[in-house]
Design a protein around this ligand. Structure first.
Ligand SMILES: Nc1nc2c(ncn2[C@@H]2O[C@H](COP(=O)(O)OP(=O)(O)OP(=O)(O)O)[C@@H](O)[C@H]2O)c(=O)[nH]1
Ligand SMILES: [Mg+2]
Length: 224
């Protein structure tokens, strides 16, 4: 699918200058736009692609000796229809899958977003962000098995106070670059690093929404 009105991210141009595309996925109002805005703060120029109800946040950065032009793609509400236009996925190099820790349904919908992502982009790195932890920091003691199950790097983040946002987005940029250059071990490196990292020095354990789900299952089994 080629469309001249959309930017192209095929490898071209200066060897030290790379263009990458990162997409955010997740239910409406989980904080996708706020996370991109928080990461970029003042350093972005939003560009509206009204035909597609999209905003591209353009960001220039340095990774090692490489100059990287990152386009963060953001939707304008298309996710309410639980499905994105294929152009959203086209040529994407990495994805940040976002849910809202204050709304369990947004976690429960991750598998359907992930399935759609893998339909269009079977191989790109995908990172998982649990947003709005500022509402109740105790949520960071809980584990969320979806990310573990799919071997995705997982981040507790807050677009409101900035916790972990830079870390998550920098990792996404590095993962996108590694994907573009056919390097396969970068995701393993992130996973190892995150295994050794905790938000506040405590180990993240006990139950998350998954366990709540299991408890609910047990309860309904006991009733029937
Ligand atoms: N407390 C808290 N609120 C947040 C955070 N991130 C986003 N919000 C709020 O959540 C609401 C939705 O944020 P958006 O960034 O617009 O969410 P979105 O996923 O882009 O939503 P749509 O584009 O409308 O689908 C807004 O009212 C934000 O202020 C956060 O980290 N903490
Ligand atoms: Mg938005």
């Amino acid at each position: 699918m080629e469309d001249a009105s959309l930017p192209s991210y095929d490898p071209k141009g200066d060897a030290n200058e790379t263009k990458i595309k990162i997409i955010c996925l997740g239910d409406s109002a989980v904080g996708k736009s706020k996370l991109v805005e928080r990461f970029l703060m003042d350093g972005y120029q939003p560009q509206q692609l009204s035909t597609y109800a999209l905003t591209l946040f353009k960001h220039k950065t340095q990774v090692g000796d490489q100059e990287v032009h990152v386009d963060f793609w953001d939707t304008a509400g298309q996710e309410r229809f639980k499905s994105m236009h294929p152009s959203y996925y086209h040529q994407a190099h990495a994805c940040i899958l976002v849910f809202d820790v204050t709304r369990k349904v947004t976690y429960k919908n991750l598998p359907s977003w992930f399935t759609e992502l893998r339909h269009y982009r079977p191989e790109i790195p995908c990172l998982c962000a649990a947003n709005k932890i500022d509402v109740d920091y105790s949520i960071t003691k809980k584990s969320f098995n979806f990310a573990k199950k799919h071997k995705m790097p997982f981040y507790f983040v807050s677009a409101s106070d900035g916790t972990n946002v830079v870390k998550c987005f920098r990792d996404a940029i590095k993962a996108a670059l590694a994907y573009k250059s056919n390097s396969t071990d970068f995701m393993d490196e992130i996973m190892k690093e995150l295994d050794n990292m905790t938000l506040d020095g405590d180990s993240i354990s006990s139950s998350g929404f998954d366990a709540t789900e299991q408890e609910e299952d047990k309860e309904s089994a006991a009733k029937s």
